[in-house]
Design a protein around this ligand. Structure first.
Ligand SMILES: *Cc1c(COP(=O)(O)O)cnc(C)c1O
Length: 426
């Protein structure tokens, strides 16, 4: 196929290609990216470059076109891009699993390599339900979570996303009905903690697990909460024989200032999902980790296997890049970089307090959020950011950023200016 002109490409895109949460045909014209390097996206034609304030949805923590990750991909490509994982194994997958066991909270010992975050959550839920089935308690098959969460777009994950998001109404009667507690307050509140405990106690006989995003709720509303709630959940789950699942798909690999958000509370969940930044944003891969108690429980059952096995499970190319990405992260003073970005965002977003319609400004690790008192005009807000030379993707009442950790101070300041401009004009 010859190169497409930008108008041809956009026309075909609009007619044939679904985009996330988009209509068909498309109504908003996407920007065409030609290449990306460091923290910059190069747009097609004469449209110049944008500083990326999104890390491609939390994933590109090292920026784009990174020589170390490129080399890992090239090396692995020359050996094999993929082989099936049933009956076969290979070094990239084994090395990655061992790395994840070594760096994740103490006690997580076994790794299921999945092909996307949503699938890793499906696997987590399947592990929990099957665990109780194997122990002769099949009635324990519901999940409890708090409102304001996001866990992915396939069926089980959707059932524990915030029910206000619209998807629940559309799918009521189709989605499994889970138990919801109100969203966690930012600060520790003993009365709320008590409501959490009592909800877990009340539903214990039917609960397989509690599933939450620790410390930061991402796509459900970019809310932060006190890590102390994680200890409350751990204790209540232990007291009532309920498993605890942490979805660290957004928070994993340093984003909140700890390698995993669970570390803010030194709590080990029974099951943990990681994804997004796992491959440094190079390709799709996620993982579900579990404790020996969970794995042995499943393996003692009538069906003593975990019946899940995606075609591209353990993909060597993705696993090799994931290993390189983790080594790259741990081989540098990443805490300092995240703290530096945190300081830059705090300073740069402070002026948003004077913008009319701004309700809240919050920063944690390399995450900066400006919340409005109204639904953002996404097109106007994005245009305002692009005028500042920055790529942002606001949603609902939120203009937010989570830049790559390699973003320099001047670019962090520019991103913050763009967030303010988007908040002003959105
Ligand atoms: C993005 C995300 C998911 C879903 O991951 P996909 O790779 O998009 O399927 C699940 N949970 C959380 C917390 C996420 O941020």
């Amino acid at each position: 196929m010859p190169d497409l002109s930008v108008p041809e490409l956009l026309d075909l895109d609009r007619r044939h290609v679904w985009h996330p949460y988009g209509p068909m045909p498309g109504r908003q014209e996407p920007l065409v990216v030609e290449s990306a390097s460091g923290v910059r996206l190069r747009l097609a034609g004469q449209s110049g470059e944008l500083v990326d304030g999104m890390s491609s949805w939390w994933s590109a923590i090292h920026g784009y076109n990174h020589p170390v990750l490129n080399e890992a991909a090239h090396d692995q490509l020359a050996r094999m891009s993929h082989v099936m994982f049933g009956g076969l194994t290979h070094e990239p997958a084994v090395r990655l699993a061992k790395r994840l066991v070594d760096i994740s909270p103490e006690g997580l010992e076994h790794v299921f390599l999945a092909d996307s975050g949503s699938v890793s959550v499906e696997v987590a839920v399947k592990m929990c339900l099957q665990y109780w089935r194997s122990l002769g308690r099949p009635g324990k098959q519901r999940l409890l979570t708090w409102r304001g969460g996001y866990h992915g777009d396939t069926w089980q994950p959707m059932s524990v996303c915030d029910p206000e998001g619209g998807m629940h109404e559309l799918w009521s009667g189709v989605l499994p009905r889970q138990v919801f507690v109100e969203a966690p307050p930012a600060e520790y509140d003993e009365a709320y903690a008590e409501r959490l405990r009592s909800a877990i106690g009340r539903h214990a006989d039917e609960l397989a697990a509690v599933i939450v995003e620790p410390v930061v709720q991402g796509a459900g509303g970019m809310r932060f909460h006190s890590p102390s709630y994680l200890r409350v959940l751990r204790e209540a789950c232990d007291a009532h024989d309920v498993l605890l699942v942490f979805d660290e798909i957004a928070t994993g690999f340093g984003r909140t200032g700890a390698l995993f958000a669970a570390e803010h509370a030194t709590v080990t969940p029974d099951v943990m999902c990681v994804g997004k930044a796992l491959t440094g944003g190079y390709m799709t891969m996620a993982a579900t980790l579990c404790t020996t108690r969970v794995a042995e429980g499943i393996s003692r059952g009538e069906v003593p296997v975990l019946a899940h096995g995606p075609t591209f499970m353990g993909n060597p190319l993705a696993a090799a890049v994931a290993c390189a990405s983790i080594d790259l992260l741990l081989g540098q003073d990443w805490q300092r970089e995240v703290k530096r970005i945190e300081a830059g965002l705090r300073e740069g977003l402070a002026p948003a307090a004077d913008i009319e319609g701004v309700r809240d400004i919050r920063v944690l690790g390399a995450i900066g959020v400006v919340q409005l008192d109204h639904e953002v005009d996404m097109a106007a807000a994005s245009r305002a950011a692009v005028r500042e030379g920055v790529w942002l993707r606001p949603f609902r009442d939120l203009v937010y950023t989570m830049p790559p950790y390699v973003t320099g101070d001047a670019d962090v300041a520019r991103i913050a200016r763009a967030v303010c401009a988007a908040a002003r004009e959105g």
